[in-house]
Design a binder for this molecule. Sequence first.
Ligand code: ZN
Length: 133
Amino acid sequence: MKSNYIDHIGIAVKSLDESIPIYEKLLGSKCYAIETVADQFVKTAFFQVGQTKIELLESTDSDGPIGSFIEKRGEGIHHIAFAVDNTNDALNNAKANGFKLIDRVSRKGAEGMNIGFLNPKKTKGVLVEFCSK
Ligand code: ZN
């Protein structure tokens, strides 16, 4: 399963209100979407950078994945998402190649994408997401 391009880079932040103006200045573009993903306990803000997006992630619950990430490691890069043709195929293929899955099957993420994560233990500490339309 080939990864087509980097769809987005997820960055964990404490506050979207504080972080959005910083990234608008940095990237020279406006945040084009803010969306809450209830089952992940996150509020997301998106910026377009060419074909790739920057996804700022603010926790809506300190026990959620972003809340505990920030508690342990502070703000910063949380995951890299690769665009694939089919997320379930990519997850199955990764499993067959010895990677550990967090998600056995894809689920719905922000922007209606089908997403699935790999366990960072087998990817040199990087949380990898596959996503497809
Ligand atoms: Zn993501």
